[in-house]
Design a protein around this ligand. Structure first.
Ligand SMILES: Cc1cc2nc3c(=O)[nH]c(=O)nc-3n(C[C@H](O)[C@H](O)[C@H](O)COP(=O)(O)O)c2cc1C
Length: 341
């Protein structure tokens, strides 16, 4: 199986819900939510790619780095590359029924395991969304991180403990889904969380807690004060709020503010190994990849997911050789032309 075939197969199976463009940039699908696009004008989605494109790398080839180390430990687990599959839920609605929720979770978690990394799974108004993640986890314990919608605190704790019992490596809450109307319309209200709510969730759960949807240093500091283990700097792939900055723009200030108090993950518009290197240089410990892995899963199942991750890993390795970086855990800001912004 090769990437061109996977993309062709995905294009057919998506039946218009994703055009599988040469570069997944949110232009053709702007406003397609439900669907695979970004909300409203899709400015937030576009800003993710724009911010990454604006970061340029210093090409350096006079050094001794020939086989850089791209593996690292995250949440106590050795990852072949610091890439985690982003949570993607609502497959029926967003992908025109290209796969069932269960097939999607199985493909992504199995593919990640094959490539030596782990996957986040989603949540939604229908129980099958969260439950499909747990089922995949039961098959591949330790290889999934269920992400729970910002439901009431008691429900989050209950679902997080279900995830822990199923063998989850960690659990997340995508706080940026605080205004998701389809949850509220289905009688499962979501909303913002206070620092105290986050501290309560942390206190009553047993596996690492990841807050997903952090875009400002003060929210990141509130997470650190609440004892949250990790944050995901993300604008939900441009699907939560129109007109937010790109994640590469906000990441340096967040990383500087938290000073290593918690693990920093980031996502949004990551399409190559060079993009990963840029975000590590801007202060991330690891990254999440969303839509490219959805294309891999729909077009090639678990094998398609592993293919995308292996491709990103090979590109990251090459980018490290060409910038003289020996280890993903210590990517200096000097990798970026002009340094860290
Ligand atoms: C169709 C779709 C469904 C998503 N569902 C969820 C979800 O259930 N939970 C969640 O935390 N994030 C969800 N996300 C956001 C992703 O986890 C991730 O933040 C985003 O896709 C990253 O940007 P990228 O796709 O440009 O890589 C979804 C994204 C898409 C495109």
């Amino acid at each position: 199986m090769d990437w061109i075939t996977v993309k062709q197969q995905a294009r057919e199976k998506f039946r218009g819900s994703c055009r599988v463009c040469p570069v997944c940039n949110g232009i053709v699908c702007a406003g397609e939510v439900p669907g695979m696009g970004g909300l409203g004008t899709a400015a937030s989605f576009h800003n993710n790619l724009k911010a990454l494109a604006e970061c340029k790398l210093n090409l350096r080839t006079i050094h001794e780095v020939t086989s850089p180390k791209i593996s690292r430990i995250l949440f106590g687990k050795e990852m072949a590359v610091p890439v985690i599959a982003a949570a993607i839920g609502g497959i029926g609605l967003n992908m025109n029924g290209a796969m069932t929720e269960r097939e999607y979770c199985q493909a992504v978690v199995a593919g990640c395991r094959q490539a030596g990394v782990v996957a986040m799974t989603g949540d939604g108004p229908k129980p099958e969304v969260f439950d499909s993640g747990l089922e995949a986890l039961a098959e591949y314990p330790g290889y999934a991180i269920p992400v729970i919608k910002p439901r009431c605190t008691e429900k989050i704790i209950e679902l997080a403990e279900q995830a822990a019992a199923a063998g989850a490596l960690a659990f997340g809450v995508d706080i940026d889904a605080a205004a998701l109307v389809n949850m509220t319309n289905a009688g499962q209200p979501v909303g913002p969380k206070t620092q105290q709510d986050l501290a309560t969730i942390k206190k009553h759960t047993t596996i690492p807690f990841i807050a997903k949807g952090i875009m400002t240093p003060d929210d990141a500091l509130r997470c650190a004060a609440a004892g949250v283990d990790a944050i995901v700097v993300t604008n939900h792939g441009g699907r939560a709020l129109d007109h937010t900055p790109g994640t590469a723009e906000v990441l340096p200030a967040i990383s500087e503010a938290v000073q290593g108090q918690l693990t920093i993950l980031v996502d949004g518009g990551i399409r190559s190994g060079a993009d990963i290197l840029k975000l590590l240089a801007l202060g991330a410990d690891g990254v999440l990849v969303g839509r490219p892995l959805a294309i891999g899963a729909v077009g090639g199942g678990a094998g398609g997911v592993a293919l995308v991750i292996n491709k990103l890993a090979a590109e990251l390795r090459a980018a490290m050789v060409l910038t003289g970086v020996g280890d993903v855990t210590t990517v200096p800001p000097s990798v970026l032309w002009g340094g860290r912004r």
